[in-house]
Design a protein around this ligand. Structure first.
Ligand code: HH2
Length: 274
């Protein structure tokens, strides 16, 4: 899954793709480099208490629609891979689905906006349910778990159940690396990705250029490509079906090799249905 942030303030690529023609160029490039999904987002979730300064401010509905919808329309008309919309707002999801997106990536796990489930159900969208403790503004303020993998798994199980009750059967689960997690929580979740496979859904992991890579490799956000690829390879080896990345070409090459070594066809859950 290639990341297309249409935001002025995303932590690693903010401001680069605000212009719809630049965004389209980027989407086409990621498709050519091997992305199987393009994820378009108009609201940064940059955490507080990090080297990026203050946490991201929430974006109004009007502003998010203004950023995202023209880009989704242009990307949908020009790429052949599925498009997901990274939003917590049901009105943004609805417009994006009308314009050609087919997946909704809701980092709040459908908790922020209680209209989200019915929008996804009525459009027969694929739902990505991600775990987050708190909100983007507060999530890195003393996150705490007794058993992070069990607690995140229980949360995602409930979300899968909630989606199925509403008639949404295509659900992708995501433990939410960096969303209300300490370093040791992120590492435990990546070590134990296989625990999420028993939910019976494809598992998505987003590690690209995130803070824990900077903390471990002592590198700024511009220098996290190698660490990101290392983490993506380990996540895939441990059972992730989809990795959400900025550096598509490099990650794809690494994953082609890693997959051939560690993932026999029988272990791969179907993601072609999304
Ligand atoms: N991470 C980010 C945003 N959306 N969605 C899912 N499903 N999983 C993730 O791990 C995830 C996500 C944060 O990364 P990024 O989009 O690069 O930054 P920002 O939130 O600052 O735009």
């Amino acid at each position: 899954m290639g990341i297309l942030n249409v935001t002025p303030d995303s932590f690693s690529d903010g401001g680069k793709y605000l212009d719809p023609s630049k965004a389209l160029e980027r989407a086409l490039r990621m498709q050519e480099e091997g992305a199987d999904i393009i994820d378009v987002g108009g609201e940064s979730t940059r955490p507080k208490n990090t080297s990026y300064g203050e946490g991201a401010d929430p974006v109004s509905l009007e502003e998010e629609l203004r950023r995202v919808i023209p880009v989704i329309a242009r990307v949908a008309a020009n790429v052949s891979v599925p498009i997901s919309v990274d939003t917590m707002k049901s009105a943004v999801a609805e417009r994006a689905l009308q314009e050609g997106a087919s997946i909704v990536n809701d980092v709040s796990g459908f908790s922020f906006d209680n209209g989200m489930i019915s929008v996804m159900a009525s459009h027969r969208a694929t739902a990505i349910a991600m775990h987050m403790q708190g909100t983007p503004k507060t999530m890195q303020v003393q996150p705490r778990y007794d058993d992070v993998t069990r607690e995140v798994r229980d949360f995602l199980e409930e979300k899968v159940h909630q989606a199925r009750e509403a008639g949404i059967y295509q659900v992708i689960v995501d433990p939410g690396i960096g969303f209300g997690k300490r370093l040791e929580d992120n590492l435990a979740l990546l070590r134990e990705v296989c625990e999420f496979r028993s939910l019976g859904c494809p598992v998505l992991v987003g590690v690209s250029r995130k803070g824990f890579i900077g903390a471990l490799a002592h590198v700024s956000v511009e220098e996290r490509v190698e660490g990101s690829i290392g983490a993506a390879v380990v996540a895939a080896a441990n059972g992730a079906d989809i990795v959400r990345v900025h550096d598509v070409r490099e990650t794809k090459r690494a994953l082609l090799v890693a997959d051939a070594i560690v993932r026999p066809a029988s272990m791969q859950q179907s993601v072609t249905t999304v």
